[in-house]
Ligand binder design. Sequence first.
Ligand code: HEC
Length: 132
Amino acid sequence: MRFAVLSLCLAAAPVLAQDAGLGEATFMSACAGCHGEAADGYGPMTEILTVAVPDLTRLAARNGGEFPWLRAVHMVDGTTGLNAHGGPMPVFGTIFEGDTAVADAPDGTPVIMSARVLAVVEYLRSIQVEAE
Ligand code: HEC
């Protein structure tokens, strides 16, 4: 019975499930090396990095409880100029080529980015923990 309920849920949200899968897969392949599989800032690469890698499960907690969606998009995409100061975080906007996605920023402004940038940012939003 529990199984039947589960499959019903999955069937009801095929698109969401697919996006979450893309975001998680992208995170594991492109981000977990530095940020860690749990996104807590402790990936294997941190042993050779000279800069601190932030815990990405606390983006909302560090921002007064609100997920800083646009900042995350800009950070990951990196093609907007907001992160053009040679920071240690790699720029993914040009690597994640392919499908283009448009999503509304919190203020309603449409933001154009690659579908993988959107998926990985939505994955991050989904793993936020509450402030302690
Ligand atoms: C080479 C290591 C490395 C990789 C790979 C990497 N990051 Fe980062 N990331 C960092 C570092 C270091 C910082 C903090 C320094 C900075 O702001 O540039 C950071 C900062 C961030 C921030 C901003 C955090 C904040 O507090 O505002 C976000 C969001 C982020 N990364 C997401 C990602 C995502 C998503 C991916 C994969 C698509 C990724 N990172 C891949 C090293 C990395």
